[in-house]
Design a protein around this ligand. Structure first.
Ligand SMILES: C[S@@+](CC[C@H](N)C(=O)[O-])C[C@H]1O[C@@H](n2cnc3c(N)ncnc32)[C@H](O)[C@@H]1O
Length: 253
């Protein structure tokens, strides 16, 4: 999206996240398995397969949104998954999914997750029974309190400010204990974006190098890969996705 030369970057708290267009977002991204979702699910499943079932006491989904597949994936390793989300609209959707049962469209996602990780429980409701939804700003989470944290399309999709992007990455890393495990997906080079006809949402275009720069000082065993842009998704101006796994360094602040 073109901006005037004097445009001030929109920061996270400049945006009213409660207005997040849940149903349009789901319709555009998650009502069917797009090839890029399948790529993320394959990547994250390989990450979760390294853990014995239930070996992570507490896991975090950082900025969960209304996306259930990261929560399903985490159930293979985690006894308890905290889905932390700032938007009341997304919290209401997630709470409804846990309380009333997931939308039918999530079953195909669960079938794929389970095919890729047989440690997952037999049913989707069983997997989701480990999830606890919390309304809040991820930046107020206590440090070093999780064994494992997952972040999908958050740090680069909630601000236009590159320094704030890096702060979100540091916060994400800081939520896990030293030695704790991290898995993440980012939109690659995505500028400020639109969902449906609503006003734009703040995004900042990052690539593998910017992500490496943000994670290298605080992590080890950092592995970054990418997937090409998905023509079956709306054109958000991105060039694909960047996927990451890492472990928080012992000496990291
Ligand atoms: C692009 S969406 C990604 C949602 C989801 N993780 C997914 O995989 O589709 C970005 C999400 O971050 C949430 N968010 C924005 N600022 C936040 C903050 N400070 N703390 C927690 N969540 C936040 C938004 O409400 C939105 O759900």
């Amino acid at each position: 999206m073109n901006r005037p030369a004097n445009h001030q970057p929109i920061r996270n708290l400049d945006t009213d996240w409660d207005r997040w267009p849940v149903l349009d977002y789901l319709a555009e991204n998650y009502r069917e398995i797009h090839p890029s979702d399948a790529a993320v699910i394959r990547h994250h499943s390989a990450f979760y397969r390294q853990f014995a079932p239930g070996s992570a006491g507490r896991s975090l989904e950082f900025g969960a949104g209304p996306n259930l597949y990261p929560l399903m994936l985490a159930a293979a390793a985690s006894r308890c998954v905290d889905a932390v989300e700032f938007s009341r609209a997304n919290v209401a959707y997630l709470t409804g999914q846990l309380h009333d049962g997931p939308d039918e469209s999530w079953q195909a996602f669960y079938a794929l997750c389970r095919e890729l990780n047989t440690a997952l429980p037999a049913t989707l409701p069983e997997a989701l029974s480990r999830v606890r939804v919390t309304h809040g700003d991820v930046r107020t989470l206590p440090l070093r309190s999780y064994d494992l944290a997952s972040m999908n399309f958050v740090a680069e999709s909630v601000t236009e400010d590159m320094e704030e992007f890096a702060e979100f990455c540091r916060t994400f890393i800081g939520t896990v204990r030293p030695g704790g495990h991290l898995v993440a997906a980012f939109m690659e080079n995505m500028p400020t974006y639109r969902i449906g006809n609503a006003p734009p949402w703040p995004g900042c275009p990052v690539d593998g190098s910017a992500i490496r720069e943000a994670f290298t000082p605080h992590t080890e065993r950092l592995v970054i890969t990418r997937v090409d842009s998905d023509p079956t998704l709306p054109d958000y101006g991105d060039t694909g996705m960047v996927l990451l796994t890492a472990v928080r360094r012992s000496g990291a602040p």
